[in-house]
Design a protein around this ligand. Sequence first.
Ligand SMILES: [Zn+2]
Ligand SMILES: [Zn+2]
Length: 367
Amino acid sequence: MKPIKISFLTALLIFTTSVNADQQWDKVGYTEAKGATDHRSMSKPGRDTIYSCQFTAMGGSLSRPWVDSDGTVYLLKKPSVKGSKTWSSNIKFDESNPNIAVTGNGLPDHPTGDFPVSSSSTAYKYDRNPNSIKEQRIVYAIPAEPKIASNPTCLPMGAIGIALSGGVFFNALDADKRDAVANEILDSCEGHPQQQGQYHYHHNSPCFDQGKEGEHSPQLGYALDGFGIYGARGESGKIITNKELDECHGHTSTAIDRLGNEINEYHYHINNEFPYTLGCFKGEVDQSMLERRPAPQGDMRGGGETRVGSSGRGRPNLSVVAKNLGISKRELMRALGPPPPNFSSAARKLGISESKLKEAMRSAGGR
Ligand SMILES: [Zn+2]
Ligand SMILES: [Zn+2]
């Protein structure tokens, strides 16, 4: 009698769990994503990729049973970090011109999985995230009237936007410049913490308000250039494709913003095609604000070690800078010349932008 009872309960549990997951993704409108598992270029703005401040090309993919050889990610087959921890979220948008002052504690308004990932879980087999979710001190000033920049700018690691849920958006890359959605294990709200405990998303979350079926998705957050980030459905009410979006993953159309106002301006969309959120910043970004971001690092390589590349003395590790730029250390040193380095001439010699070179230096421990 007993064994039958257990197997019935187990079956019921599995059934219930999978129905819930299905239903959650039903609201989002898709259960598959078009991932990026190759070594595509990230050195300039372009559709289906990220214009990265740190990396010139993607890092391929690990072998994942939920990812097809063509890069299709089967979201329902992916294990998630279980749990139902609740948090006291606190996020405020103060619309005082010319900036929206964003303050918050970085904690989401929805339950999260239990982090660090437990060694007895399925998730642990693939991703031993050793970090705990921790409160952050979020203070951003984002433009209330964002302006399209003359040229798009690159995306750094760490927060590139803020979600209305209280968490933040990272770009679609993990620490090894791979597609984070295809490779990393997230909780059932599609978030997880990085080393400083910052809870973040790399794409859509079934825990976001997805709005009404058949209508343009509601606003889910703001990019740090001030433009809104919206869900997966465009004006037709259908899931928007990358072909309908520009190189930064946005477009100009009408939408209803978070305050209920109809806008007709540029905004980003989150959809199910890499890079999922932003591909670059379309608008002018305050570089000094980017530098002041709390916990500006992206995801760390597993095991909780210190960030690869940092010498810890405010001096960049040139081998890492060179590697991130996809060039040899000798080439980099030749371009930089004797100290103090002349970044604009070095960038010209390397055929990259000065901001990209500086960002690469910063991300490798430089100030
Ligand atoms: Zn739109
Ligand atoms: Zn992450």
